[in-house]
Design a protein around this ligand. Structure first.
Ligand code: IFM
Length: 456
């Protein structure tokens, strides 16, 4: 009997990666160093002293990796370009060999019938620009727009889905406020400025795209729904602060033209008085929004939590991943419905990342059984489908990640891949979750709703 499809025929079934996390060879063929190259080479910054020098060696193995995407039946692939591969100094002279790498990658994807979604910035700012202040320099918006325009001109004939920034929240919180990610600053005065210039940069790239691009450009944010631990006024207020900081900070200015009112309260004296003209400029509606979803937060007022006073209550009865992130599929339905209701139900949405770090070693026969990841995938895809049934305009899903890869300050120990990577040999092995995803794609989602015993 034919399986009844659960997702539209044009739904994008993808997987996501980013340049520094998989490519390796960060300085090859004339590329310049990025802040992540320098940060990873700073002793003590990354677990076990890991770096992205080799990573998954995707820079040399991309053809094989695209063949794996094809083998899984994916029709879309989200990747990022490394700014300093293309512009070693961040601006000025072009490194044609770096640009050629992305031309070859896109051509190979298209030869295999896989639609590229290209992210222009997934955290790896050219180190030369960081020396000029990085995202603290107001000119960073123009540097970014110029870099984006170079990529548009080179690839817009083949790339139909563009993303300006990946997760500006993480760039700012990890890189400028907490100092645990590149460039490693811990400065409450810097964070709101970096956030503001990132938003200006995204708007400048959207404006540049509107002038000459022919397809669609969007923004990708990481969202985490916030639920109060109790109904006390303190917990409810803490939940609102956490929601403003995590979820509305990078969306309200873009879609509504203003920052959430809680932010000046959170940042206190370090919150600048931003010019109204900047907010007008930032207020440019992208063609779509990418949502990265991993977990939720149950919030309790906690004066020791800086800067939000909004602590996380661990839910001991729930499964947690190797990074101690609670597995909570319902949160995906909730956050998608929230986005649609707050920013407009016609806005096309993609789940641009979703996945879990679980370590499952290869078995003797070379198989890799990863039941917790498989269940995570199944339950989150079901949650996505539930949101669609409530009217959410969801167009695609990208699993994080295609391959096990460099998980930033955690190094290589957390494994998110649908495909296992043996870092000593670079051998790739499709995990059981990857095979399951292939079956889901082949059946247009019907396999998600079969009882485990029915699946082949
Ligand atoms: O690996 C990261 C990715 O670079 C951005 N989003 C979250 C993933 C898992 O932490």
């Amino acid at each position: 009997m034919p399986e009844s499809p659960q997702f539209p025929a044009d739904f994008l079934w993808g997987a996501a990666t980013s340049a520094y996390q998989i490519e390796g060879s960060p300085l090859a063929d004339g590329a310049g160093p990025s802040i992540w190259h320098e940060f990873a080479h700073t002793p003590g910054r990354i677990r076990d002293g890991d770096t992205g020098d080799v990573a998954c060696d995707h820079y040399h193995r991309y053809r094989g990796d695209v063949a794996l995407l094809r083998e899984l039946g994916l029709n879309a692939y989200r990747f990022s370009t490394s700014w300093s591969r293309v512009l070693p100094e961040g601006r000025g002279a072009i490194n044609q060999r770096g640009l050629n790498f992305y031309q070859r990658l896109v051509d190979t994807l298209l030869e295999h019938g896989i639609q590229p979604m290209l992210t222009l910035y997934h955290w790896d700012l050219p180190a030369a620009l960081d020396r000029l202040g990085g995202w603290l320099n107001p000119d960073s918006a123009y540097w970014f727009a110029d870099y984006a325009q170079l990529l548009f001109r080179a690839l817009d004939d083949r790339v139909k889905l563009w993303v300006t920034l990946n997760e500006p929240w993480v760039v700012v919180d990890g890189g400028y406020l907490q100092g645990i990610l590149a460039p490693g600053r811990r400065n409450p005065f810097a964070a709101p400025l970096a956030a503001h210039h990132l938003l200006r940069a995204s708007a400048a790239a959207i404006q540049a795209y509107r002038a000459e691009g022919r397809h669609q450009i969007g923004l990708v944010v990481n969202l985490e729904p916030k639920y109060p631990a109790s109904e006390t006024a303190e917990d409810l207020a803490a939940t609102m602060r956490a929601d403003a900081y995590w979820n509305r900070y990078y969306l309200d200015p873009v879609f509504l033209g203003s920052y959430p009112p809680e932010l000046p309260e959170i940042f206190g004296a370090t919150w600048p008085d931003f010019p109204a003209a900047d907010l007008e400029f930032i207020h440019q509606r992208p063609d779509f929004l990418g949502v990265n979803y991993y977990s939720r937060q149950v919030v309790r007022h906690d004066p020791d939590d800086w800067p939000l006073a909004a602590g996380r209550v661990r839910q001991s009865r729930q499964t947690h991943t190797d990074l101690d992130w609670e597995v909570y599929p319902q949160g995906l339905t909730d956050i998608l419905e929230w986005v649609a209701s707050r920013y407009g139900s016609s806005l096309p949405l993609y789940i641009t990342e979703n996945g879990a770090a679980f370590y499952d070693p290869p078995q003797a026969e070379g198989e890799i059984s990863d039941p917790l990841r498989q269940r995570y995938l199944r339950d989150h895809l079901r949650a996505a489908r539930a949101a669609m049934e409530q009217g959410v305009n969801l167009r695609g899903y990208f699993a994080w990640s295609l391959l096990d890869n460099f998980e930033w300050a955690h190094g290589y120990s957390p494994r998110f891949g649908l495909i296992h990577v043996d870092y000593a040999t670079q051998q790739r092995t499709i995990k059981a979750s990857g095979r399951f995803y292939a079956e889901v794609i082949r059946s247009h989602g019907a396999a998600l709703f079969k009882a485990d015993s029915e699946r082949t």
